[in-house]
Design a protein around this ligand. Structure first.
Ligand code: Q9C
Ligand code: ZN
Length: 341
């Protein structure tokens, strides 16, 4: 299997985040992608290609144009205001406040275009975000000839919605890839999200569409981030009713229950009848993950790949979360090896 990788991901670095009331070093850090790249080489999975530069035309179909412009200019606006360091929001327009009038000041705009404080901007953020988007689109294009490909995206994307960042995500790389596959002629595309956290952004983007099935296996949002989306009763809206499936699982979930959910998810994908599949690949389901509470071991990840391969679909793997850095390469590449086996 070919992979796509860009060193420009390093632009998103040097961050801190707020966890349980304390400022701690960011979990979403450059080493993540480097450990995966090293493991790709170690097992000789296949060629690692640089991304082609793509326009934002496809991204504009899944994100608001004004939001994309905000992402591109946010850090310059932060500096122009006289601020320094990472740009982070501190106020959000929850119901009861006005969200229909975008603020003119970057301090307000950060809250307008985010749902948490987990997507910080630094000088290299836009370049990294754009490269991650290019990695996803280059991976999607490989499916014209190849059975599968791996987009080593960083920063991740599945928490980013049509007009909001959050949860370490800015552009929704998996959604952009799914849209590219639609545009390339696939009448129905499925997105299967196996990251520990619910992919609220991907769900929101495609919620009222019947041409893109979105299936999530994730920690029950009553107990885990992103808390405010990802319940089992969210089945899609309008034309999209029936084209969204959430399989929330309790904290502490081990392989047998997780694998049963994967089997249900794969049955739903097969029943939908897609001609292409995008996997939002998070390895934060791993027992050693520092911010997550499922209990998969490294031996389980190849079995995930094997079950996905049994669907027999052209498949693009898009990297999402996974914060046990020392094991992220073995776990993520393990899924790909299991698929290829
Ligand atoms: N107590 C992805 O996996 N912060 N995003 C959690 C921990 C948000 C995860 C704080 C986690 C976002 C792509
Ligand atoms: Zn995650």
């Amino acid at each position: 299997m070919k992979s796509v990788y860009s060193p420009r991901h390093h632009g998103q670095s040097g961050q801190y985040e707020l966890v349980s009331g304390a400022i701690v070093p960011a979990f979403e850090k450059p080493e993540r992608a480097e450990f995966i790249r090293a493991r790709l080489a170690e097992v000789a999975l296949g060629p690692v290609l640089p991304p082609e530069t793509h326009s934002l035309d496809i991204a504009r179909k899944v994100h608001d144009a004004a939001y994309l412009s905000f992402l591109e200019t946010a850090y310059d606006q932060w500096l122009a205001r006289g601020n320094t360091g990472p740009a982070l929001p501190f106020i959000w327009p929850r119901p009861g406040l006005r969200s229909d009038v975008p603020p003119a000041d970057i301090e307000g705009l950060l809250g307008h275009y985010s749902f948490d404080g987990g997507a910080p901007f630094v000088a290299g953020t836009w370049d990294a975000v754009k490269s991650s988007h290019d990695v996803a689109l280059t991976g999607a294009a490989l499916l014209a000839r190849d059975r599968a490909a791996f987009a080593l995206c960083r920063p991740p994307g599945h928490h980013a919605g049509r007009a909001f960042a959050g949860g370490y995500c800015f552009i929704n790389n998996a959604a952009v890839a799914a849209q590219a596959l639609r545009d390339a002629g696939h009448a129905r595309v499925a997105v299967l999200d196996v990251d520990y956290h619910h992919g609220n952004g991907t769900q929101e983007i495609f919620y009222d569409q019947r041409d893109v099935l979105v299936v999530n296996i994730h920690a029950d949002p009553r107990h885990e981030f992103p808390y405010f989306l990802g319940h089992a009763d969210e089945r899609g809206a309008g034309d999209g009713v029936g084209a969204n499936l959430n399989l929330p699982l309790p904290l502490g979930t081990e392989w047998p229950a997780w694998h049963a959910a994967l089997d249900s998810a794969c049955t739903a994908v097969a029943d939908f009848g897609p001609t292409a599949l995008v996997i939002s690949l998070g390895t934060d389901t791993f027992i050693g993950d520092p911010i997550s509470q499922f209990r998969l071991t490294s031996a389980h990840f190849p079995q995930i790949g094997a079950r996905i391969a049994a669907l027999g679909l052209p498949t693009l793997f898009v990297m999402e979360g996974g914060y046990a850095v020392a094991e992220i390469g073995v776990n993520a590449v393990g899924v790909l090896e299991g698929f290829d086996a």
